[in-house]
Write a protein that binds this ligand. Structure first.
Ligand SMILES: Nc1ncnc2c1ncn2[C@@H]1O[C@H](COP(=O)(O)OP(=O)(O)OP(=O)(O)O)[C@@H](O)[C@H]1O
Ligand SMILES: [Mg+2]
Length: 366
């Protein structure tokens, strides 16, 4: 099942604009709140310089980057957890995503409607996080009623869940997120089954003005968001969604020219895509040479046969072994022959945990 990053925030802050910049999907963007009702789903290519380097050393006919999914969700407003602005439906859409990309307005522009009437990133973040937290508190309380009743059976799993719920409840009542709590492995498994919104990993996108693109870190709004995010251990990335959307259709050379003219060293968009990929716990392995060199997305922690199954179910069914070397060895040694000579080509079996940057040839038999 594909993991998806959900784009979440107040109405009219630029979520769909960011989504279009990322996916080139052409979702509706408009200068009024609730332009988005049903979620937009789109795929994004993961920018990865390692592919260029592999192609340089082991030339293939074609190079194929890997992709992953983003979901653009309707704006959340104050009271959403109590059903305001179609709140419940929109919160359910957030429940289905695996990580949250929280877009915060960080640009001044009198022509763009603000649902709060001001530009105040911290207040905006609080509004969203409060609604997500209240929705979680509601879920926890409902679950507690049932689990407290069942706990009379002294069933060990039920008692474990009860303890987790009792650990979570006061944190939510205090206005904090579930992700701020430390859980051991068993507890984590229980938390996962509760599908709580504030347990999802998050990163913040400061949607900045075009004028701030050259030095996002100097924007007062970005600074405010960064300070807040740091306390949660979360990352902040400054992106001008509108400008990125406008240049999304340009080819790479024209885009580079534009960014250079603006004095922008690196597009925030690429950093955002990579950070979201990371947030979802995704990694990349490669297949190289011959017809195509290709990057593949995998969920970190999977073993070699499952990774083979991402390419083709036959590869998983008939898995024999994974002939593996790492990108960093190839990069350093400069040729396939040198990798072999240095003993860096490994024969890995069915218990091998695939690593980001592995270059793999699967042997299988069906
Ligand atoms: N960085 C920016 N600077 C100025 N205007 C922007 C910026 N980013 C987005 N906008 C403008 O903000 C308006 C709202 O954008 P968009 O429709 O993407 O918001 P949204 O968050 O998806 O809204 P909704 O919640 O209604 O779906 C659009 O007019 C868009 O051009
Ligand atoms: Mg929208």
């Amino acid at each position: 099942m594909a993991l998806t990053a959900g784009i979440v925030g107040l109405p009219n802050v630029g979520k769909s604009t960011l989504f279009n910049a990322i996916t080139k999907a052409g979702a509706e963007m408009a200068n009024y709140p609730f332009a988005t009702i049903d979620p937009n789903v789109g795929m994004v290519e993961v920018p990865d310089k390692r592919l260029d380097r592999i192609q340089e050393i082991i030339p293939a006919k074609k190079v194929v980057p890997t992709t992953f999914e983003f979901t653009d969700i309707a704006g959340i407003v104050k009271g959403a957890s109590k059903g305001e602005g179609l709140g419940n439906k929109f919160l359910e859409n957030i429940r289905r995503v695996d990580a949250i990309v929280h877009v915060v307005r960080a640009f001044d522009d009198d022509n763009i409607t603000s649902v709060t009437g001001t530009v105040d990133p911290l207040d905006d973040i609080d509004t969203i996080n409060l609604e997500l937290g209240l929705a979680d508190l509601d879920s926890v309380n409902k679950r507690l009623v049932k689990v407290e009743r069942d706990a009379k059976s002294r069933d060990k799993d039920i008692l474990a869940e009860l303890a987790v719920l009792q650990k979570i409840k006061p944190v939510l009542e205090n206005g904090d997120s579930v992700r701020s709590i430390e859980f051991d492995e068993d507890e984590q498994r229980i938390v996962k089954g509760l599908f709580l919104l504030t347990a999802k990993p998050v990163l913040y996108v400061a949607n900045i003005a075009e004028d701030d693109m050259a030095a996002p870190e100097e924007s007062k709004y970005v600074k405010q968001i960064e300070d807040y995010a740091k306390k949660e251990g979360a990352k902040t990335i400054g992106v001008s969604a509108k400008t990125e959307e406008e240049i999304a259709e340009l080819d790479d050379a024209d885009k580079a020219d534009f960014l250079e003219a603006e004095g922008v060293a690196e597009s925030g968009l690429d950093r955002l895509i990579r950070a979201s990929y990371h947030l979802l716990g995704l990694g990349t392995f490669f297949t190289a040479g011959g017809k195509e060199t290709r990057a593949w997305t995998f969920k970190r922690g999977i073993k070699a046969p499952q990774a083979a199954g991402i390419i083709h179910s036959d590869f998983e069914r008939g898995f024999i072994r994974a002939e593996t070397f790492s990108f960093s060895d190839l990069d350093e040694l400069g040729s396939m022959a040198a990798v072999r000579e240095a003993g860096k080509l490994r024969l890995e079996g069915k218990d091998y945990v695939v690593q980001d940057g592995d270059i793999i040839e699967f042997r299988f038999n069906v």
